[in-house]
Design a protein around this ligand. Structure first.
Ligand SMILES: C[S@@+](CC[C@H](N)C(=O)[O-])C[C@H]1O[C@@H](n2cnc3c(N)ncnc32)[C@H](O)[C@@H]1O
Length: 256
């Protein structure tokens, strides 16, 4: 992935979201009795509001470009009631030499950006290793329903239209699922809408991810010695069902 481009367009894509995801992770951070580690903190979309509300947050990310955006946004937000520490690190090998996090979160399907089973498991191990006894791991990934992964139409999926600084943009995505490797080689497209609704493509961002079925996640969590407390189908608390769009896992480290 080209994070220089992603750092520029990331917040625009996420501005089309309902806000449920940010609220969910923010509530989890506020409910946690201690520091929070966000894996793949990106531009600070969740970490900054949490730090503003008094939480001690450590955010790690492998992209210096994304971290630079987060740093600037945190500076613009002014003094934080809590704290935000940004660390350049890889989630697969992360070792902050801390085991006191009350919550480790991996929002926005970031676990799927590790492209092999081994790397996904290493990422979950990294998360587990940083938890305080009884601490919680919360993450979400999409549910690979047959309708989604066996759709061979390759038609663009409309994401939405947004305005920024007086300019209008249309956002869409093109998925290419390989059902053997479980890899989706997708592209996110940004078009600027001009006069008479004429559109011009201004960015095409590649995203490669390895999707996971629910039973695979359960098996990985068992290997990391984490206990699954709940699986939601959406951030509003709806329980997970076969057709759910999302899988939101809430797990906890077992108190020895
Ligand atoms: C979808 S964004 C999520 C950003 C943020 N958590 C949010 O919810 O807005 C995924 C982030 O994961 C980071 N990332 C991808 N692979 C990584 C890795 N191996 N280690 C650490 N961060 C990684 C990317 O740089 C990107 O900032």
């Amino acid at each position: 992935m080209n994070y220089e481009d992603w750092a520029r367009w990331y917040d625009l894509f996420y501005s089309t979201e309902s806000g449920d995801e940010v609220e969910f992770y923010l509530n989890a951070a506020l409910a946690a009795d201690g520091p929070v580690l966000e894996i793949g903190v990106g531009t600070g979309r969740i970490a900054i509001p949490a730090a503003e509300r008094g939480v001690e947050v450590v955010g790690i990310d492998a992209s210096r470009e994304m971290l630079a955006v987060a740093e600037q946004k945190a500076a613009d937000a002014g003094p934080l009631d809590g704290s935000l520490t940004l660390v350049h690190a890889d989630m697969r090998t992360l070792d902050l030499r801390r085991h006191d996090f009350a919550l480790v979160s991996i929002p926005a399907r970031t676990l799927l950006l590790a492209l092999t089973e081994e790397d996904q498991l290493s990422t979950l191990c990294s998360a587990a290793r940083h938890l305080a006894p009884g601490g919680r791991l919360v993450f979400n990934i999409f549910n690979p329903t047959p309708d989604l992964v066996f759709d061979e139409s390759e038609l663009p999926v409309e994401i939405g239209e947004v305005e920024r600084q007086g300019r209008r943009f249309r956002l869409s995505a093109q998925n290419r699922f390989d059902t053997d490797s479980q890899i989706n080689s997708a592209e996110q497209v940004v078009e600027e809408i001009g006069e008479a609704d004429a559109s011009t493509e201004v960015a095409r961002l590649a995203v490669t991810l390895r999707y996971l079925f629910p039973h695979q996640v359960f098996a990985m969590l068992e290997e990391t010695n984490l206990q699954v407390d709940q699986v939601l189908g959406w951030f509003d608390g709806t329980p997970f069902e076969e057709e759910s769009e999302e899988m939101v896992f809430i797990a906890s480290s077992v108190v020895p």
